[in-house]
Write a protein that binds this ligand. Structure first.
Ligand code: FEO
Length: 412
């Protein structure tokens, strides 16, 4: 393996020694259509430190890449920025293989590593702001508590002005290229948005505070090296700007219409609602759940102003795909949405009411009454769907122009 997997030089003192997971398509419920990477970094000064490891099955690849820079057993320190197993799964095997002088993690990281791997006494806690000397280099630690786990931490190498940001500023994207400037802009924007929407959205207030905290540290950052996807060696202001925008919850006049259907009645209603949204001057993003993954719906919601959900009633309840997506989206706590529910039914018709209850629990402001249609929509019911779509577009337009109902969450 040693000749096949090589390290990639990132700065004068930093090497990428991670692994590329080309085949992963489901990352704990998030559809990783383009695979992912687990980025680990070797910092080589008078002493040598490994920052993070990789998912357990990729340890041999990690050790092989390290071996193209230094013999792995020459590593003095290992820093675990985050205990989630895509970064720490390989840690016990790496410790056994290289026997480092010390292993470091945040205070919460020490606890999390103990609870995951029964590692504890051999891991030293680093407090927020503490530093580790590598002789001629200094690693400083910045806690990023709850971004997105209690233990999350970033490591800053002052001499190379490089922030090893762990999950923050990352994306699930397997590629042969290691640097963002080698990858198409549209792909970067799409995957970064998807990552933020599915991992960080519920923590947006903390993201804003972390950006402020890093700003106040006054450190110069010329490179951001995250733990997934490409490294930002230029234009670091681009991902930082995206995060500032997403954390602020800026929305557009887009309405996400998420639905499923049994015999095309609810789908027909969805199409009529989309026609109304478009006729009202807003944009409808149709997400039929047999074709759209829940995590792609979450991505579309990142900048949407409205969420419209349709489901037939099945066995007195919400259709399973819709219930699944609703449960997922509720956990992501999207903010500032208006919304509505619709669906067809045969004889009981509970689904629309159940969706409305779920949307209210998500603090989505319902616009008008839910639309229920028995069996198959007729002209009159399709006309109601069209009007509902227009109504949503008008509310979005009013919101965009700053003259919306002051009761709208996030308005103004
Ligand atoms: Fe990439 Fe939270 O682990």
């Amino acid at each position: 393996m040693a000749d096949s997997f090589r390290a990639v030089k990132v700065t004068d003192h930093v090497y990428w020694v991670g692994a590329i997971d080309w085949g992963i398509r489901d990352f704990h419920g998030y559809a990783t259509h383009r695979g992912s990477t687990y980025n680990a970094y070797l910092v080589v000064g008078e002493k040598t430190a490994l920052i993070d490891t990789v998912k357990a099955p990729f340890v041999e690849e990690l050790l092989a890449r390290i071996g193209t820079v230094v013999p792995p057993e020459r590593i003095d320190y290992v820093v675990s920025n985050h205990a989630e197993m895509d970064h720490s799964g390989g840690l016990p095997a790496v410790i056994a293989a290289i026997r480092p002088e010390q292993v470091f993690a945040s205070t919460m990281g020490v606890k999390a590593l103990r609870e995951h791997f029964r590692l504890g006494r051999e891991v030293t806690a680093m407090k927020d702001g503490e530093s580790l000397r590598l002789g001629n280099l200094t690693l400083s630690f910045v806690e990023a508590r709850m971004l997105h786990w209690p233990d999350s931490m970033m490591t800053y190498l002052a001499e190379d002005k490089t922030l090893l940001s762990n999950d923050a500023f990352g994306m699930h994207l397997a590629s042969s290229e290691r640097f963002a400037d080698e990858i198409e802009d549209g792909v970067l924007a799409e995957e970064a948005a998807k990552y933020y929407a599915n991992i960080l959205l519920p923590l947006s207030p903390l993201v804003g505070r972390l950006l402020e905290k890093v700003g106040k540290l006054g450190i110069e950052i010329e490179m951001i090296a995250p733990s997934h996807g490409p490294i930002w060696r230029r234009e670091v202001e681009k991902p930082v700007g995206w995060y500032a925008k997403w954390a602020a919850g800026e929305t557009s006049n887009k309405a996400v219409v998420m639905y499923d259907t049994m015999w095309q009645s609810t789908a027909t209603m969805a199409r009529a609602i989309a026609e109304g949204i478009a006729a009202g001057g807003a944009s409808a993003k149709m997400m039929p759940l047999r074709a759209a993954h829940r995590s792609d719906v979450a991505t579309e919601l990142l900048d949407a102003g409205a969420l419209v959900i349709g489901s037939p009633t099945l066995n007195n309840g919400v259709f399973p795909t819709v219930a699944d997506a609703l449960s997922y989206l509720k956990g992501l706590k999207p903010r500032g949405l208006i919304g509505a529910a619709f669906g067809s039914y045969g004889w009981s018709g509970e689904a629309v009411g159940q969706i409305e209850e779920a949307m209210e629990a998500m603090k989505v402001e319902l616009v008008g009454e839910g639309i229920k249609v028995k069996y198959v929509p007729d002209e009159e019911s399709l006309s109601r769907c069209l009007s509902a779509g227009r109504g949503i577009a008008e509310r979005l337009s009013a919101k965009a122009q700053g003259r919306g109902d002051s009761g709208l969450r996030g308005a103004g």
